[in-house]
Design a protein around this ligand. Structure first.
Ligand code: ASP
Length: 438
């Protein structure tokens, strides 16, 4: 009996541990390969970086991406279909949206402050732009009206085919609402949607079986390619970003989580931690959605809420990206010796919140949107090139942070309405889809 319990306990520990170990292993292997194999060698470039590691790593990310559209569709449609109290859902949705905007704005403000404290880029004395960035790459902020109109898909199948997340959310919501209000006539569709939902959960579990291999390959690939040396000159920038993230956790996330749940925030982080490993290695909030949803389940947040707020957050809520953009603004202004006014800083906060809405949850999107933030206050857009070498590393951190922000806002809003299953939150349950790993 005792043996059984210990065995059970070990099994419970294993998924997160397995992923963590494979990340660590990937880091060590990557660094060894980076420093032992000659630059540009056939084995390093063709066999590993663009061969084996690419196959296993990108293959895994594609498996995750493969899940996203059907998972979001079935998950939202079945959640909305079963919804009893639409006004309660409305309140949670509005509160989550407000929290998304609020936390992102605070995130940029803290980042600007940390930029000022650490002053990355000072002394680089770049007065003229030596590196030219394609002006076509400068992202422009779409107008609010246009953004709203674009939420309605002209063709739901097209929206799904193109992975247009907001349009998919809109269509899935309508599907669930119409079926939910006509359960007798549409009973077959109701069954299809709810089985589709179960089916996607099972497919997710199957994909998770190869997670440790995928995560290993992603991390090993990154570090075989870039090593650690590129971090050197940009270390202050990275430190400013990480410190800003820690401050946001301490002054905003932890109080919000503790007050709304009336419990230790430790529990929250235990349940969200497994998701980090995926966000970190894939650098894509979108690809991480299946895991993020599972993490919300393990916290006792009902799917009716999370299936809507999580894909939405992966699309429009980017606190990590906002922090990166705030620090980058200070870095680039310092590098070019351009003083920033208070008006400039306020503009940065507003534009970064908008940029966050416009940033897709895919690798590197935040860097493209940075050009919009820089352009908004007349900073040289080609400055983006100065931080390109550390892009992947910073992207890993900001994605993990973006995902945390989505879960925090979802958890807090659901708690406020008393919708969180407290017993489940306080239990040791880990995100379900990871149970099958190992
Ligand atoms: N990679 C980030 C994400 O998926 C977006 C970014 O590039 O900042 O959340």
């Amino acid at each position: 009996m005792k043996d059984n319990e210990i065995k059970k306990d070990r099994q419970k520990m294993s998924p997160t541990k397995a992923i963590l170990l494979s990340m660590l292993f990937g880091l060590v292997v990557g660094l060894i390969l980076h420093y032992t194999l000659p630059e540009g060698s056939y084995i390093k470039d063709k066999v590993l970086i663009n061969g084996l590691f690419y196959l296993l790593g990108t293959g895994f990310v594609r498996l995750l991406q493969m899940l996203v559209v059907p998972l979001v569709f079935f998950s939202i449609a079945s959640g909305v279909m079963q919804m009893r109290d639409i006004s309660q859902f409305g309140r949670v949705a509005v509160r989550t949206l407000l929290l998304y905007a609020f936390t992102t704005a605070v995130a940029v403000a803290i980042a600007l402050l940390m930029g000022k404290v650490f002053n990355p880029g000072v002394g680089m004395n770049l007065s003229t732009a030596e590196i030219v960035l394609d002006p076509e790459k400068v992202a422009e902020a779409p107008s609010l009206i246009e953004t709203l109109v674009q939420i309605i898909p002209k063709n739901p199948i097209g929206a799904m085919a193109n992975g247009e997340m907001l349009q998919i959310i809109f269509w899935s919501f309508m599907t669930g609402a119409v079926i939910g209000t006509n359960p007798l006539e549409l009973d077959l569709l109701e069954k299809i949607i709810s089985q589709g939902n179960d089916f996607m959960m099972k497919v997710t579990s199957v994909v998770m079986k190869v997670a440790p291999i995928g995560v290993f390959a992603l991390i090993a690939r990154t570090f075989t390619e870039i090593g650690l040396s590129i971090v050197g000159p940009l270390l202050t920038f990275i430190v400013a970003v990480l410190v800003a993230m820690i401050i946001l956790v301490v002054i905003i996330y932890i109080p919000l989580i503790s007050i709304s749940s009336k419990a230790s925030p430790k529990q929250f982080f235990k349940k969200v931690f497994p998701v980090y490993t995926f966000a970190f290695s894939s650098a894509s909030s979108n690809a991480t959605i299946p895991l993020t949803l599972a993490s919300c389940d393990s916290m006792g947040v009902p799917r009716e809420i999370s299936s809507f707020t999580i894909p939405l957050g992966a699309t429009i809520n980017m606190n990590g990206t906002a922090i990166y953009q705030g620090c980058a603004v200070i870095f680039i202004a310092n590098a070019y010796g351009i003083p920033l006014t208070t008006g400039n800083l306020i503009t940065v906060i507003l534009t970064a919140v908008l940029a966050s809405v416009g940033t897709a949850g895919v690798p590197g999107a935040g860097m493209i949107m940075l050009s919009m933030v820089l352009a908004s206050i007349g900073l040289p857009v080609e400055g983006v090139a100065l931080i390109m070498s550390i892009e992947r590393i910073v992207d890993m951190f900001r994605t993990a942070f973006n995902v945390t922000g989505d879960v925090v806002a979802t958890f807090v809003s659901a708690n406020k309405e008393g919708l969180v299953d407290r017993e489940r939150y306080l239990s040791d349950e880990k995100p379900k889809v990871m149970d099958d790993i190992n």
